[in-house]
Each structure stands twice: as structure tokens, then as C-alpha cells.
Design a protein around this ligand. Sequence first.
Ligand code: CAA
Length: 261
Amino acid sequence: MSYKLIETNLDEVTGVASIVLNRPEQRNALSSELMTELSEAIEHFEGLPVVGCIVISGKGGKAFAGGADIKEMAGRTYSQNYKDNFITANWERVAQCRKPTIAAVSGYALGGGCELAMMCDIIVAGENAKFGQPEINLALLPGAGGTQRLTRFIGKSTAMDMCLTGRMLTAAEALSLGLVSRVVPTDELMDLALDMAKTIASKSRMTAMMVKEAVNTAYETSLSQGVLFERRAFHSVFATGDAKEGMTAFTENRPPRWDNK
Ligand code: CAA
């Protein structure tokens, strides 16, 4: 498939797919056209059995994404937003992807850029990363889940601080707050992200999807409902050939062979 505003790549040997937001001169601002391409690419990779993990990054190093495209948004009206279900319609496709996703953040992840990163399952960052929800400076508020996901991920006080003052978090702060899982020197970021993706893609694809579903359930339900969901998923994983293979391979002291086709 060919795109204008993103670049995609698939390593069929490792099962790692990558998507690069490609508007560096506009700090990878997330225009409707770019988001349409991104959701199409996610749809495409999700449907390919060979894909085990998807990495999303931003071209140019200065920004993962500077947010929704402000120049495009400036002319929008309330009724257009309502009729188009603006933001949610396209954007949530990333959060809905059933395969594991990693956001590799170098530079700014602001507004919709931070929200896009948070729609991924794991965020890894270069030391130069900066996370923020500066919509307040435009007299807007986050519109792609920022007030909700950020609050769940890093707690109310810091989420309020970021959304009300517009202040940015450094990579080190984001790490200490649990927003990102790892921070590395910026020039090592893509190697790290691709390596993590390769590790994830080397696991049983089906079980990885079940793990993702179970962890995400922690954000959607009560603890007791989440624990029940996990128990049911744990019960049902025994019906898969991969779980049988994993346990048999362990007892036979050999590497497992997953049914990843
Ligand atoms: N939308 C449209 N254009 C953007 C943009 C955005 N979100 N972010 C950057 N750009 C454009 C700039 O307008 C500029 O374009 P021109 O060269 O044509 O003038 C170009 O990218 C380079 O920008 P800067 O010169 O400002 O680059 P910088 O490296 O000095 O700063 C930045 C980068 C900190 C990201 C800064 O551009 C900035 O503050 N951008 C806006 C951030 C923002 O407010 N994001 C929230 C958007 S609203 C939103 O996302 C709503 C939502 O919840 C979905």
C-alpha cells in the first residue's frame, strides 16, 4: 500500500511492522488525511497474520507529533465536529488495534501527539522527548482521550497540572510517572523500539493479543471484574495449541514453535 503522509515497513522475518508519521516540516501534525492513512495502515497490519507488533514513530527527530493539525482545525465548526464525530472517528482505530503497539517518542508528543502515544500499548522515549497537553493555550481541551488516559496513567494532580498549565513533562519525568516504560539516548530509540517489537512478535501472537486485552481491561472495569476477565482468559488460553506447545516445550527442554501463521 502506498501513502503520502506516513511511511510503512514490514519485516516478514521478525513480524515487526513500523509506521512513521511523515510530515516533519509540520512537526508531524496529525491532519485528517494523515490520521486516515494511519488508521488504514493499522487496519492493514492488524489483518496480516505475519504481523506480531506495530511500532509508531515520527520522522525527523524533532517531534513524534505536535498534535492535531491546528491550521486545519481552525476553520471547523461545532456542527461539523458533531456530524463528523471529529477526532474520535479516525483516531480511536489505534487504540482499538488488537495487536500490540509501541509508540517510539523522539522530541515533542503534544496534544493529539501525546494522546496518540497513549493509545499505544507501550511508550518508549528518547532522552529528548517532551510530553504535553497544551490545548489550553489555544483555549481548547484535549479531544482524543487526553484528559481521560493521562489521568488514569499518571494520576489526577499531574494530569490537571499538564492540562491546565500546558506544561510539558521531560522524558525522565514521564518515566518516573509511569507514562513511558523506558528512556534511552535518543539515537538508540528506534533500535530499542524495534528490538522490543521483535521480542513481542516472537511470542505466541494469540496469547499476546489476549494479554493486551486483559491489561487494557484494567482501565475499563473494576478490580473484581478485571480479575474475573483475566481468570476467564487464563482458562481459555488452555484451549489454544500455543499454550499446549509452550508447556510441552518447557517440559521437553526445547524452544517452542508457535502457530503464528
Ligand atoms: N498543527 C499545525 N501545524 C503545526 C503544529 C500543529 N499541531 N505543530 C507544529 N506545526 C507547524 C508550525 O506551524 C510550523 O509550520 P510553518 O513552518 O509552516 O510555520 C512548523 O510546524 C514548525 O513549527 P515550529 O517552528 O513551531 O517548530 P518548533 O520545533 O520550534 O516547535 C512545537 C515545535 C513545540 C511542536 C510547536 O510547533 C508547537 O507548540 N506546536 C503546537 C502544539 C500544540 O498546541 N498542540 C496541540 C494541538 S490541538 C490538539 O492536539 C487537539 C487534540 O487534543 C486532538
